[in-house]
Design a protein around this ligand. Structure first.
Ligand code: ATP
Length: 372
């Protein structure tokens, strides 16, 4: 295959795509704007994933591919194609081909481009539809923030970066895990994650989307505290401190409890008091999204029904997930790196099958992998 260097990284993804320029580098890969020469030179984004180093890496990649491949929604980044560039001495390189989006919401917020109320309404309606769909699949994104929402010039938006997403336990409607893994940008982290650390669910995404909404309105990060303690204080300064009884509903961590006892009571206030914005319906929706108590926070479905969207609402577009998303690997503590690599190859073959492309011969790849 012909190789091109972008930001010093070789891209070998075959003849079909004409690679143009590097448009982004993240912690887990580099993204190049390309033209699909077999599809009317359509613009696509090709993300080359960094090499898989360990089980955590492999799970993140498997999750990202599995979730994005299984979803079929306008506001969730699609995977058009995956290129697997075989190597003789190691697992091959993976390139994910997706629709190209020129900006993300973080860039829009930081630019001088003013967003009208109509644009904010349109963007938020799409994001609520996307979240309603994602949550109906039993998944939580867990890393919603302006930088993980791609946008085009028509203000069409979609969620990307599902490497941190999880299925929640449908029986308990919440799920537990070790907090040390939680690396999501602090500014968008829900209070229950900061305080209870053990049990959280879909409301964490509503909180993060609420923070994003506030940023679209005011162009400022609402909860921009420099550290953990300041962040909790800031929640209470802006929203008031819930009563002990209410805190008990979602704070399960003893240390967090003791710390909260040291903070003075503060009367409840709506988030919109701290976000200058003229539209009263937008402000009301924001207040319901930024409820400290996750049990009282609005759901994605209720967001769609909110009067802020009344003038543009189209219920036919408010669809739920129809497939079956199995993520058994998440809870399998004995799973090995090679097991996960095999599952990744199976996912890639699913995409290839859909595109009528030649399959990877998984047995051959696994035989080779087991040699080193
Ligand atoms: N489909 C796309 N179209 C255009 N640009 C994109 C697309 N996907 C990603 N990018 C750009 O590439 C950058 C890195 O991509 P992405 O966030 O997916 O990688 P990552 O390694 O998972 O990043 P992060 O470090 O944010 O977790 C993004 O910030 C974005 O600017």
């Amino acid at each position: 295959m012909k190789s091109n260097l972008f930001g010093g990284i070789p891209f070998n993804c075959g003849e079909r795509y004409r690679l143009i320029k590097l448009v982004g580098t993240g912690a887990y890969g580099s993204v190049v704007l390309s033209f699909d020469q077999q599809n009317q030179n359509m613009k696509v984004a090709i993300k080359k994933l960094n090499q898989i180093e360990d089980v955590i890496d492999a799970k993140r990649i498997l999750r990202e591919i599995k979730i994005q491949r299984s979803m079929n929604h306008q506001n969730i980044l699609k995977i058009y194609d995956i290129i697997y560039d075989k190597k003789t001495d190691r697992f091959g390189d993976i390139y994910i081909v997706s629709p190209y989006f020129p900006v993300d919401l973080d860039k829009i917020i930081k630019s001088s481009q003013e967003l009208t109320v109509t644009q904010v309404q349109f963007i938020m309606y799409q994001l609520c539809k996307g979240l309603y769909y994602l949550h109906s699949s039993g998944s939580i994104h867990r890393d919603i923030k302006p930088g993980n929402i791609l946008a085009n010039e028509k203000c069409e938006v979609c969620y990307c970066d599902f490497g941190f997403a999880r299925k929640y336990d449908e029986l308990h409607d919440q799920f537990e895990e070790n907090m040390t893994e939680y690396v999501v940008t602090r500014y968008y982290r829900a209070p229950e994650i900061m305080l209870s650390s053990q049990q959280y669910s879909k409301p964490v995404d509503i909180w993060s989307l609420g923070c994003t909404f506030a940023e679209l309105m005011s162009r400022k990060t609402l909860f921009n505290a420099p550290n953990y303690i300041q962040m909790i204080k800031m929640f209470f300064n802006i929203l008031g401190k819930p009563s002990d009884e209410e805190l008990n509903q979602f704070v399960t961590n003893e240390n967090a409890h003791s710390f909260l006892q040291t903070l003075p009571p503060k009367p409840k206030k709506p988030a919109s008091n701290s976000v200058p914005y003229p539209d009263p319906k937008a402000r009301d929706l924001l207040d319901q999204m930024l409820e400290i108590n996750p049990k009282n926070r609005i759901t994605a479905q209720k967001c769609l029904e909110h009067p802020f969207f009344e003038s543009i609402r189209n219920q036919a577009e408010e669809i739920t997930f129809a497939g079956n998303l199995e993520c058994d690997f998440e809870n399998d503590d004995s799973i090995t790196l090679n097991n996960l690599k095999q599952l990744i190859l199976i996912e890639i073959n699913q995409i290839k099958a859909k595109n009528n492309e030649a399959q990877i011969i998984i047995e051959e790849e696994m035989k080779r992998l087991n040699l080193y």
